[in-house]
Design a protein around this ligand. Structure first.
Ligand SMILES: *Cc1c(COP(=O)(O)O)cnc(C)c1O
Length: 387
């Protein structure tokens, strides 16, 4: 056994140092600077959206996106339940209230049927939420073929949380381009990283310009510090944007590596009783940020939790699927539409090591542990049945 296998560690390209040196040599060691401008332009081109603002985190991008779509204190904002808390925390920070919508079993993403029912019910009550935070879970685009028309019908603006989905596409269109604004994250565990950072993208140049303004303390054009509204300190530093440019240049290789991980796991594990994979719907080209499986304890012989512990004992990091936000104490009292699907996915789901630097030997080691847990559990079951 050699070394710990992490869930999704950073993977450097080797050129980060060059970009960093450039920033250091030119003394652009500040938020803003030539790397930030270039990173924004290169990023916008990559995701096929004309405008992008580089920010200090994906969470900051969600926050500014919600505010720029007009979310105000006291109103409800629709949000997928099966996601990371950062999809919905900024709703609370704005004084608004998230309403969580369950996942569908066919994709694990937001259920468009439930969304439509909820919007119809809201319309009957005479109060329709203005914004939906749609999430592209684990790199897989939500079903925009159904979500977009429903939102259009009810006049709901989509903020697409594509934090996990950089490089993914749906029917040929890139993740992050489906809403009025899209969000990306460059946290250390994401498909590319700046150690910490995010991006807000939009076809609306005015919206992105406004995001940059709010992200730099909302300074007015004046020689002194003049403020008309309360802004934020959310801009990306020029040093980190340099790291981002080096990372973005190898995005396609990173996506290919993660897709290879999933293919390897599928080949090795899909024949095993009680193991199934997060489905990838037709038309979806996933970056496979994390490969996730469902473990049926009756057929597999052990639960996802037991499997996770067995992997940990072999120094392999796996994690449960996101705990649905409607179950989190921090969102206590928020409304939820449905909920059973995401609860079951949380109970039975497991994210396997998915880093883009995993070797075939690493993948083999992970699958060996899974196979051993399965064999032993099945043996125990057989003995118990005979006894
Ligand atoms: C990582 C992530 C975020 C937050 O991004 P940070 O850069 O860590 O602030 C938001 N939403 C989802 C779905 C994420 O996975």
């Amino acid at each position: 056994m050699s070394g710990r296998i992490y869930l999704s560690p950073p993977h450097l390209s080797g050129r980060e140092r060059e970009y960093l040196n450039e920033a250091l040599d030119s003394n652009w060691v500040a938020p803003l600077g030539p790397h930030v401008d270039a990173f924004e332009a290169e990023f916008a081109r990559k995701v096929g959206v004309p405008y992008a603002a580089a920010l200090s985190s994906g969470t900051a991008a969600v926050h500014l996106g919600l505010q720029l779509l007009g979310v105000e204190a006291g109103e409800e904002v629709l949000c997928a339940s099966l996601t990371f808390a950062a999809s919905a925390n900024p709703v609370v920070h704005l004084g608004a209230r998230p309403v969580f919508v369950d996942a569908e079993r066919d994709s694990w993403n937001l259920d468009p049927g439930l969304l439509e029912e909820e919007l119809a019910a809201c319309a009957r009550r005479g109060r329709v939420p203005r914004v939906l935070v749609a999430v592209d879970l684990y790199g897989d685009c939500a079903d925009y073929g159904r979500i977009v028309p429903v939102c259009e019908e009810y006049g709901v603006a989509i903020l697409e949380d594509a934090a996990e989905a950089l490089g993914s596409s749906w029917n040929g269109r890139m993740a992050g381009s489906f809403g009025r604004a899209g969000v990306f994250s460059f946290n250390g565990n994401k498909i590319i990283t700046t150690s910490g950072g995010g991006m807000l993208v939009s076809e609306d140049g005015g919206l992105v310009e406004r995001a940059r303004y709010l992200a730099t303390q909302a300074r007015e054009r004046a020689p002194h510090y003049e403020h008309v509204v309360a802004g934020y300190n959310y801009r990306m530093s020029n040093l980190l944007a340099g790291v981002g440019r080096a990372q973005l240049a190898v995005l396609e290789e990173r996506v290919a590596a993660r897709r290879r991980n999933r293919a390897y796991y599928e080949e090795a594990l899909s024949g095993m009783e009680g193991v199934s994979f997060m489905p990838v719907p037709a038309g979806s080209h996933s970056n496979c940020w994390l490969t996730c499986i469902l473990v049926d304890p009756e057929d597999f012989g052990a639960s996802a939790a037991e499997l996770r512990v067995a992997l940990e004992e072999q120094d392999v990091e796996a994690r449960p699927v996101w705990k649905p936000l409607h179950l989190q104490k921090s969102f206590e009292g928020c409304r939820v539409v449905g909920g059973e699907n995401s609860e079951e996915l949380f109970a039975r789901g497991l994210c396997l090591p998915s880093g883009s630097a995993l070797s075939e030997a690493d993948l083999e080691r992970v699958c060996e542990v899974v196979g051993r847990v399965h064999r032993r559990a099945r043996e125990r079951m057989t003995l118990a049945n005979q006894g």
